[in-house]
Design a binder for this molecule. Structure first.
Ligand code: COA
Length: 151
């Protein structure tokens, strides 16, 4: 798998980005403010993630997604480690990620990659999304915040 930056003339892979976030408006905001990386396997785009500077010395991993037929094969983990290395090489001190209270595999994955839970943004998905989100039989209401110290 190769990972590269999205070229400014390329159309972002919205279908893939929408797997991670159902809001096109929020995706466009992230693309505007962040850097979008594409993961390719045999010249086919199989993954995407965006790195978004948030506060001084802090960057957030947002919108990570792997094409459904390629999920569960270790590509997501490789992309997360790539994002961590990108953040480190740009001298950020902290990398953050947020996910839903109902996103159980994602909560497992981020912790397996070394992220630690730091807080809960209670009601985040109720405030920012018009449609209800349900996963694993749980309504997605709160955003669990995780971070990793890079210093
Ligand atoms: N309990 C424990 N571990 C779990 C788990 C669970 N319920 N569900 C998944 N995992 C683990 C797997 O065992 C694996 O870890 P391992 O390598 O130690 O075995 C890891 O999580 C999955 O790794 P990987 O195969 O690299 O993930 P992936 O390529 O499927 O990518 C996503 C992960 C989340 C990017 C991908 O599933 C996806 O695109 N989902 C839809 C979009 C999305 O939800 N994005 C995140 C928004 S916060």
């Amino acid at each position: 798998m190769d990972i590269r930056l999205l070229h400014p003339s390329e159309t972002p892979p919205y279908e893939l980005l929408l797997l991670a976030d159902p809001s096109r408006r929020i995706i466009d905001e992230y693309l505007e403010r962040g850097e979008c990386f594409l993961a390719e396997e045999n010249s086919m785009i199989i993954g995407v993630y965006v790195l978004l500077p948030t506060r001084p010395e802090t960057i957030e991993l947002v919108n990570i997604a792997v094409v459904e037929t390629y999920q569960g094969k270790g590509f997501g983990k490789k992309m997360i480690f790539h994002a961590i290395e990108q953040a480190r090489s740009k001298a950020y001190k902290t990398i953050e990620v947020g996910t839903g209270n109902s996103s159980l595999p994602q909560l497992a994955l981020y912790q397996k990659c070394g992220f630690r839970m730091t807080g809960v943004d209670s009601g985040f998905f109720i405030r920012h999304y018009e449609e209800e989100i349900w996963e694993n039989g749980i309504q997605c209401r709160d955003m669990v915040r995780l971070e990793m110290d890079l210093s």
